[in-house]
Design a protein around this ligand. Sequence first.
Ligand SMILES: Cc1cc2nc3c(=O)[nH]c(=O)nc-3n(C[C@H](O)[C@H](O)[C@H](O)COP(=O)(O)OP(=O)(O)OC[C@H]3O[C@@H](n4cnc5c(N)ncnc54)[C@H](O)[C@@H]3O)c2cc1C
Ligand SMILES: NC(=O)c1ccc[n+]([C@@H]2O[C@H](COP(=O)([O-])OP(=O)(O)OC[C@H]3O[C@@H](n4cnc5c(N)ncnc54)[C@H](O)[C@@H]3O)[C@@H](O)[C@H]2O)c1
Length: 444
Amino acid sequence: MSKILIVGANHAGTSAAKTILTNYPEHEVTVLDANSNISFLGCGMALWIGNQISGPEGLFYSSKEQLESLGAKVYMQSPAEKIDYDHKAVYAKDMDGNEFSLNYDKLILATGSLPIIPNLPGKDLENVQKVKLYQHAQDVIARLENPDIKNVVVVGAGYIGVELAEAFERHGKNVTLIDVADTCLPTYYDEPFTDMMRENLRENGINLAFGETVVELKGDTKVKEVVTDKNTYPADMVILSIGFRPNNELGKDKLKLFKNGAYLVDKKQQTSIEDVYAIGDCATVYDNSIQDTNYIALATNSVRSAIVAAHNAAGSFIESPGVQGSNGIAIYDLKMVSTGLTLKRAIGLGIDALATDFEDFQKPEFIEEGNEKVKIRIVYDKNTRRIIGAQMASKHDMSMGIHMFSLAIQEQVTIDKLALTDIFFLPHFNKPYNYITMAAISAK
Ligand SMILES: Cc1cc2nc3c(=O)[nH]c(=O)nc-3n(C[C@H](O)[C@H](O)[C@H](O)COP(=O)(O)OP(=O)(O)OC[C@H]3O[C@@H](n4cnc5c(N)ncnc54)[C@H](O)[C@@H]3O)c2cc1C
Ligand SMILES: NC(=O)c1ccc[n+]([C@@H]2O[C@H](COP(=O)([O-])OP(=O)(O)OC[C@H]3O[C@@H](n4cnc5c(N)ncnc54)[C@H](O)[C@@H]3O)[C@@H](O)[C@H]2O)c1
């Protein structure tokens, strides 16, 4: 029997706790979380804010009570404040402010990430919001009820920014979306795809301010304007969504860190100290598309890294196969998915990369209804022919196709092998010469 202590119980911590409790009932599992809720699906935040779902209740899939029913001891609203790694002790405060300490045999750090807040004049003005927690979403929704909030400026056109821009527009607000990059979603897609999303946003009435640097947020007590290096935008509410940074407060002076501060872990999720694991957004991942360590903050990575750490902490040896950063987004009718590297990023990394593109209807032309075009790009290494990335866009739900590319990158499949891969045909679903095969066959 080991004492396993998990610090942080959102997606990563909950997944680790459940894996240990259900597979290894002989261990004593204790869970600490600073917040009052666990398992909030931030990915549903935009749907909630945009009134596309009836409420937030379904965005939670676990609770203190559920973990307790599986046998864990759970302390909510109890932030860990200090860890003595040499003596295997965690010092925390409970919800009444009382200090207490817990010893562990194995420690799993699942403290997640924090929104990056740019050091801008005016960042502390009223109605300048960050969006990460359930409570942040509640706060934003309460403010949106105020009819004086007419102009919403979203800073950062990554995943959160683009999703929330749609949500605010659905609320009838005048929305401006700003990014320093000259397009939206630049990390995930190449220009032919970002152009589609840009057009989609514009057609739906969102003001786009790409290639602009915010220099100041102006107001009295409340924010009134966002000033960039090129323009000034009226703003009754500002959302800061320019990315996450790992929450490494408890280990930054003791554990080895990645360049952005994430806990550096091996394929067992173990940190630089034995018996200390790190999972989810506070830890690094092994990225198969670059065959190196990376930082990719996604709930999917959190859940899987947690399973790996849980088995290792409980005494079974398993290794992570690594990740590809697979992701997806649906804005109005447009759906886009990607995995691995964009062509731009691959070239930026010095890889001799090429892309093969194809666009076609999903199904044969004689299927007259529910037949949309799909655009695909496959990125591959010119020398090794290995597939290193893929992007797809359509009004049709083609999302499942990206999983095959994720596996292809993980398993180092070549573009030539993909060209001859058995892909079934049925007119209800696709074409005999479907876009995946055609893109692969067309590769130089
Ligand atoms: C709006 C939004 C939409 C998103 N959409 C998607 C999506 O569609 N798909 C996707 O894959 N990802 C999405 N993400 C990202 C995803 O939410 C994160 O990657 C995920 O939350 C990471 O989970 P985690 O458990 O590692 O960390 P976190 O969610 O950051 O949780 C960390 C937990 O640790 C606790 N904690 C921190 N410090 C302490 C301490 N000292 N003591 C005790 N407890 C502590 C916190 O209270 C928290 O509960 C989205 C995020 C947001 C904000
Ligand atoms: N659908 C999904 O899978 C989904 C949805 C939401 C969030 N997430 C994940 O959550 C994490 C955080 O999301 P996010 O949208 O905050 O980050 P992001 O990395 O997706 O996007 C950040 C954006 O901010 C821009 N930016 C950076 N500094 C800026 C500045 N000073 N001014 C203006 N723009 C600036 C970047 O160019 C980028 O476009 C990411 O890892 C993301 O993948 C995923």
